[in-house]
Design a protein around this ligand. Structure first.
Ligand code: ARG
Length: 288
């Protein structure tokens, strides 16, 4: 019964039975918030909508357009996956800080947020098959003397708090280094670079390249470094949610097989994906 969450099953047998009876009688009811009446606590059946959490300040993967809609590569991928999987999804802007908790607590059913699959995160979340290759990239002012990652050892560096960019800089400088300036979002870190508060920003290549290309006034250039490990993005679900994970993996396989993934890729990145080269080509090009 895909329409009822584990949480609901954990309720007492009596409530569950009552709930099932109500499910049968309330097919048209929209999901109601928990309330004192048994009717209100019945799970919404037929039209189960999966809530997708995303930190929508990460163009071109996820951002909000003028109308406040959440748009981007990740959004298109998940919509296409959902269509193949036969599920409905709804995107909810969710700050990066706390995004992993939101799925652990059941406030979100899945996350798409250019999330790098890491061993540490796998302890608390389950990830889909990878859907995108990425790598860290350094942004500096055009007149900067910085040429490689090691140059950042003793400099003020901006990162988005709790990202893989934060992790690599913490490894270089020591995690308690006062020179690491941690921001709530990557655009805020890049604004600080523009304002001169930090000398570099380290973040995902796709986002850095997009920002540099769209903010010529900021006068940034990018620096790639071979010391950065290859990263892969995955969709994340609550640990143990094998049912949803299977649907997502099936949907991902389907969109890769029928060419719709490549179409979405081309819409945002201009060419069909070539593993590994994907990430590096724009970075090198932009740093010239
Ligand atoms: N890929 C990086 C990570 O997983 C950064 C992701 C940040 N995503 C976002 N939407 N803010 O740590």
């Amino acid at each position: 019964m895909p329409s009822i969450t584990t949480r609901h099953f954990l309720q007492t047998a009596g409530t569950l039975l009552a709930g099932l009876v109500l499910v049968a009688c309330s097919k048209q009811e929209p999901p109601a918030p928990a309330a004192s009446t048994p009717a209100a606590s019945a799970p919404a059946p037929a039209a189960r909508v999966y809530v997708v959490g995303t930190d929508a300040a990460y163009a071109p993967f996820e951002s909000q357009n003028e109308k406040g809609e959440i748009v981007g590569f990740d959004v298109d991928v998940v919509k296409a996956v959902a269509q193949k999987a036969g599920i409905e999804v709804k995107f909810v802007n969710t700050p990066w800080e706390g995004i992993f908790n939101s799925v652990a607590q059941g406030d979100r059913d899945l996350l798409v947020s250019a999330i790098t699959i890491t061993n540490e995160r796998k302890q608390t979340l389950d990830f889909s098959e990878p859907y995108f290759d990425a790598q860290q990239l350094i942004a500096v002012k055009k007149d900067s003397k910085i040429t490689k990652f090691a140059d950042l050892k003793k400099l003020k560096v901006g990162v988005q708090n709790g990202t893989t960019g934060d992790e690599v800089v913490a490894k270089l400088q020591g995690k308690d280094s006062a020179n690491i300036k941690r921001f709530e979002s990557t655009p805020l870190a890049l604004k600080e670079l523009e304002a001169g508060g930090v000398e570099a920003v380290v973040a995902d290549n796709g986002v850095v390249v997009n920002y540099v290309n769209n903010n010529a006034d900021a006068k940034f250039k990018t620096i790639s470094d071979t010391s950065f490990a290859a990263e892969q993005y995955g969709l994340a679900v609550k640990k143990g949610n094998a049912e949803l994970l299977a649907k997502l993996n099936k949907g991902l396989a389907d969109i890769k097989a029928d060419g719709s993934y490549n179409q979405i890729y081309a819409k945002y990145f201009g060419a069909a994906p070539m593993p590994a080269a994907v990430a590096k080509a724009p970075a090198g090009a932009a740093s010239k």
